[in-house]
Design a protein around this ligand. Sequence first.
Ligand code: UDX
Length: 446
Amino acid sequence: MALKITVIGTGYLGATHAAAMAELGFEVLGLDAVPEKIEMLARGRVPMYEPGLEELLGKHVAGLPGSTGRLRFTTSWEEVGEFGDVHFICVNTPQKHGEYACDMSYVEAAVASLAPVLHRPALVVGKSTVPVGSAARLTRTLTELAPAGTGVELAWNPEFLREGFAVQDTLRPDRIVVGVEGEKGEKVLREVYAKPIGEGTPFVVTDYPTAELVKTAANSFLATKISFINAMAEVCEAADGDVVKLAEAIGHDERIGKKFLRAGIGFGGGCLPKDIRAFMARAGELGADQALTFLREVDSINMRRRGHMVELARETVGGGFLGRRVAVLGATFKPDSDDVRDSPALNVAGQIHLQGGQVTVYDPKGMENARRLFPTLTYAESALEACRGAHVVLHLTEWAEFRELSPAALASVVAEANILDGRNALDAAAWRTAGWTFRAMGRPQA
Ligand code: UDX
């Protein structure tokens, strides 16, 4: 009998995982505590912008014309308990208010609701990013509360999906990591992931703590790489060097690699910032805080970039923002996403607004979320409209649309042709030729 799968929590991770499991051929039931989310998903719609996800849902959600019918949604825990052989926990673990540590309340609540409905043997698989030590604790809760007792096993299977590439990262991951105790976990997960394993995806089996650590270690490494190149950008600025050339040159060394070496206003989003902070907090609890003090530096290099962009903008408009118009291109924390959580772009826009600048923001997909978070900023319907009358234009999220803008057309609507590239993604020569004063982070001023 083919395994039946449930997915608990249908945000970015859960919705994508549920659709991907259906694509792999399984019968899938998704659960979320928010009925509006479930209603939307049952109509094949997603509450966020994620390329390819609606197409995949459309292919599998039961009741949609031409679908395989393999994917259904519910708000009933009893239905989940009855249906599933494998239950994936995909709820989020945000940063706690006013603390570095991660908020485990959604994971705890999911396990507390799931355990009592597990009447027959099942595998529960945690995918959420959690502090090391959580799986060992949760496995005790599960066996205590589940009617099936020790027939219920827990495995930890961290996810590494990137927003904007969530579907591709889930269907064709670059590795699958499973933390297990006992034999069932590995056996069942090999069956679940048979297709990607067959296509060559490495399958790494570990104990619980290592699996939990793999995720935070990977994100810490990526954050460190970005802050490294941003630190080099600071030095380049002081020494009149060019960080883009520097990154290109060191990136040719295969041991370093060229990815994640884009200097600019730094990293944001729902993962990297909170994950490195939660990692530091957890290491502190374990008495290993010294091992991770460097992450504090990684975090502060990153946050400094935002302040630096504000300073560059201030300098460009003559030393103060009062009465000056600032156009901000980009609100999301990265392109191909509508996510504005801890977005460096919006943070810079907000700081300038608070200092008296008249800020107008445009983003291809993030306007609605940005408006909700920063209702006091002005929003424009296009890049051109945002730039009308501006004394400086800030390029803060590297959407392809912004690389296709015509520097000449934009020059005709601004008050002063100044542009600052906070992502090192625009063609400096093209902008300068069209009469702009062009400045980028970590690059010499022409
Ligand atoms: C990240 C991890 O990549 C993923 O594996 C994990 O599962 C979740 O966290 P995501 O948050 O979607 O994914 O974004 P990512 O593509 O990693 O980018 C993070 C941030 O770093 C963005 O703000 C991006 O603009 C910034 N970044 C990235 C840089 O500033 N420079 C770079 O060279 C690369």
